[in-house]
Structure formats: C-alpha cells, structure tokens
Design a protein around this ligand. Structure first.
Ligand code: NDP
Length: 325
C-alpha cells in the first residue's frame, strides 16, 4: 500500500481525499518510481477542484509532475536508484499521476534529474517552469535576442510567469512584468523585471494595432490580455502563448499578423518531444539560479493540496507550490 491523493466521482460531486492505495491499482508501465516531491500546477488545481474536465477517468491520482527514485524497472535505460523526473504526458489526467508515493509509467517518458537540481528544486520548477523555458526557447527560435526591446511576461507572479521573468532577465532581456497583484512588485523586480505594469492596462478592449511596444512576449493569460499583447507587438515580434488563466477565447483581429509580421507561437508542454524537454531542462539548469528558485517556492504537505487548489485558481498563490510526498 502507499499514500496518495485520489479524486473520485460516482453519482454525486467529485471527491478528493488523501488515502491508502494499493500497488495493484497502479497503471501499466515498465518503470515504478518512489515519488519524493510533486507540485501543484494550475492544471492540478483544475483537476482537484473539478472546475475543468482535466481528469478523463475516475478514480484518478492527480499530479502532472513528479520527481523521485526508480524503484523497479523493466526498461534497460533505467536502474533502481536512478533519480528521475516526469512532466506531463497525460499523467494526472488520463493515468495516475504524481501526487502519491508511487507512480508507474513507460520509461521513455522519464528524464534523468538534472545535476543542477535536487528533486525538491526540480519540482519547484515543475511543468510551470519547464513550460516557461519552452516559451523562452520558442521566442529565441523566432529571432528574439537581448537588446531588441522590452519583453512582456503576463501573469508574471504565477508559476510560469515568475520563472519566465527570471529566465529572460538572466539572458539580458529587458523584462516587463504584467500582474494583477501590485503588491508583488518587489518580488518581480527581485526576479529581474525592470518594470512592473498593472494587468488592467491590457485587460481592456483596444484597437487592432496599438503603438509598437513589445519585442517579444510570454503569455499565460489568454483572453483579452493576449489580444492586447498581440496588438502592441513590434514589427516581426513573437508571442509565446501557453495559458488561459484569463480565458480560452480571445477577441483579436489578424492585423498584427498580416500587417506587422507578428508570430504567435503555441506552446504545449504535455506532449512535447523528449528533445524539447531536454533542451528546456538544460536551459533551466544553466539559467535558473537555485537561490532565486528558493524565493519562488512554497513547500506544502500532500494533505494541504486540496485546500490550496482553489487559492491557486483564484490567482492568490505566488510562484510555485512544491508538494512533499
Ligand atoms: P498560476 O496560477 O501559478 O499563475 C497564473 C497567473 O495568471 C496568476 O498568478 C495571475 O498572475 C494570472 N491570472 C490569474 N487569473 C487571471 C485572470 N482572470 N485574468 C488575468 N490574469 C490572471 O498558474 P501557472 O503559472 O501554473 O499556469 C498559467 C497558465 O499556463 C494556466 O492557464 C495553465 O493552464 C497554463 N499552462 C500551460 C501549459 C502548456 O503546456 N501550454 C503548461 C503549464 C501551464 P498575476 O497575479 O501576476 O496577474
């Protein structure tokens, strides 16, 4: 038996309770991992609260990330004792995930824990931080280089946003942080933002093309904010769009794309190929200062995850929640 958070839904509303689970209930897979740390991401909070249909089958152990040690392996790539981590691939959505003491997955989904981080730090980064790295790499692939102008990060005080601010600043970009929480200004400046602007400034309808402001942007908000960001991109700039914290649909026009050559780069972390994952974790290893990472982290116990999920969805959590399993 092992302890884990189980979401269940039978006839009534869904339940989410930490309980004893049997190893026999783990899904098929060639590697069993003793999970040491996991995280609470936005998607995990959606799963735990049931606010969006993230969970595709019940009962489900949520947790789209985990880090731990291989307990047993039928995959020659992994030996018992290897330190590993996993992000995405549908764990915590279609198959049991990381908010439990054991997880079983196909070995090809795992990556070796980077030497730069211990398991707790890697989960402090988690899918949110690894997605931030995918966003930064996408901006660079489309030509963004330091010195070209301000780079905007929306939802900056959240998980993806805060890591994106830190990574971009480290590369020498002038980072502008958009937040709905002005009280987080010192925190964001501490991560490297040179300017902090209020969410309300972009969360309102504007013209199809606004004054050119941003050389690049990382957007976690979607909705009106994404439309406003696109309208104010400089000629040839790129927006890496990865989130929907402010809404799924967006009231935009094609003007920025057809008149300013703006690129909208979509970012998906769940099914990203292994090479992209390795590249993102290499960037995090080289550019994310572990001391800075500590400032982003708030450590919680597995038993606290259920209570904190609504707070995270309501945008009241700063940085990253790392879960001690
Ligand atoms: P967090 O909750 O940590 O951060 C989201 C931030 O967005 C909040 O901190 C807040 O920032 C801002 N925000 C929240 N609600 C609203 C709102 N109604 N309008 C505008 N801004 C809002 O979540 P994560 O950083 O973990 O995830 C952010 C988004 O990215 C989510 O939508 C998530 O689903 C998505 N995501 C996508 C991935 C992918 O693979 N594409 C992977 C990981 C995440 P502030 O207070 O600073 O304004």
């Amino acid at each position: 038996m092992f302890r884990g958070l189980l979401i269940d839904k039978q006839d009534g509303p869904q339940t989410a309770v930490v309980q004893d689970l049997s190893e026999a209930s783990l899904p098929e897979g060639d590697v069993t991992v003793r999970v040491a740390w996991s995280t609470l991401n936005y998607k995990d909070a959606l799963a735990i609260t049931g606010r969006s249909p993230v969970v595709r089958r019940f009962p489900m152990v949520p947790g789209i990330d985990f880090a731990g040690v291989v307990e047993s392996s039928a995959d020659p790539a992994w030996q018992p004792g290897d330190a590993v981590l996993l992000n995405g691939w549908g764990v915590g959505e279609t198959r049991w995930g990381g908010l439990a003491e054991r997880a079983r997955v196909p070995g090809r989904w795992l990556i070796a824990l980077p030497a730069a981080f211990d398991a707790r730090q890697a989960m402090g980064i988690g899918t949110a931080g690894y997605t931030a790295a995918l966003c930064v790499l996408a901006l660079e692939r489309h030509g963004l280089a330091p010195g070209q102008g301000p780079v905007l990060v929306t939802g900056a005080a959240g998980g993806v946003g805060s890591v994106a601010v830190a990574l971009l600043a480290r590369r020498g970009h002038e980072v502008v942080a958009l937040t709905g929480r002005p009280q987080e200004e010192d925190f964001l400046r501490g991560l490297g933002a040179s300017q902090v602007i209020a969410r309300a400034e972009l969360d309102r309808p504007g013209r199809p093309l606004e004054k050119e402001r941003w050389a690049g942007a990382v957007d976690v908000v979607g909705g009106q904010v994404l439309a406003s960001v696109c309208a104010a991109m400089r000629y040839g700039g790129t927006v890496a769009a990865c989130g929907l914290a402010g809404g799924m649909s967006w009231p935009a026009t094609v003007a920025p794309f057809i008149l300013r050559g703006v690129t909208l780069a979509g970012i998906d972390s769940v099914m990203a190929p292994i090479e992209a994952r390795q590249q993102a974790w290499a960037r995090l290893s080289s550019d994310l200062d572990p001391a800075l990472l500590e400032r982003l982290l708030r450590e919680i116990a597995l038993d606290e995850a259920v209570a904190l999920a609504p707070e995270l969805l309501d945008g009241r959590v700063r940085g990253r929640l790392v879960v001690r399993i």
